[in-house]
Design a protein around this ligand. Structure first.
Ligand code: THU
Length: 136
C-alpha cells in the first residue's frame, strides 16, 4: 500500500512530467512518474515522431529511463494526461511493457487540474498475462 504522501508525490510528479511531452502531432500529452522500490522517482513523457508509428508512450519512455538507471523494481507507476473527464489508462503495449517488471504493480492514474485518482494493479488491467516466468 502506498501512503497518502506517496500518492500525492506521484500525482504531482506525473502532472509535472506533462511538460516534458514531445507531442506535436497528437498534441496529447502524457506524463509518467515511477516510484522505485528504493524510493527514487523517475519521470518521463511521450515522445512522438514524424513517422507516427515510431513514437513512444510516456510509460515505456519512463520505464526505459528507469531501467537504464538501474531500477527494475517498481513500487508504483503513475500517469497523467490533460483529459478532464476521464482518467488516462495505459495502452495495451504499455501494459505488457509494465508486466515485465511485475504482475501486481499498482498503476495510479490522474487528471491534470482535477482532484482524484483511479488505481488498479497491472494484473487487473492485463489479466492472464504473459511474462518472464513463462520463459524459465
Ligand atoms: N500515449 C501514451 O503516452 N501513453 C498511453 O498509454 C496512451 C497514449 C501517447 C502516445 C501518443 O503520443 C499520444 O498519447 C496519443 O496517442
Amino acid at each position: 500500500m502506498l501512503s497518502e504522501e506517496e500518492i500525492d508525490t506521484l500525482r504531482n510528479k506525473s502532472i509535472e512530467s506533462l511538460s516534458m511531452s514531445y507531442s506535436p502531432y497528437s498534441k496529447f500529452r502524457v506524463g509518467c512518474a515511477i516510484l522505485t522500490e528504493s524510493g527514487a522517482i523517475v519521470q518521463g513523457a511521450n515522445v512522438e515522431n514524424a513517422s507516427y508509428g515510431a513514437g513512444v508512450c510516456a510509460e515505456r519512455a519512463t520505464i526505459c529511463t528507469a531501467v537504464n538507471q538501474g531500477h527494475t523494481r517498481f513500487k508504483a507507476i503513475a500517469i497523467a494526461s490533460d483529459l478532464k473527464d476521464e482518467f488516462i489508462t495505459p495502452c495495451g503495449i504499455c501494459r505488457q511493457f509494465i508486466r515485465e517488471f511485475g504482475k501486481d504493480t499498482p498503476i495510479y492514474m490522474f487528471k491534470n487540474g482535477v482532484e482524484g485518482t483511479f488505481h488498479m494493479t497491472l494484473s487487473q488491467l492485463l489479466p492472464h498475462s504473459f511474462g518472464p516466468e513463462q520463459l524459465n
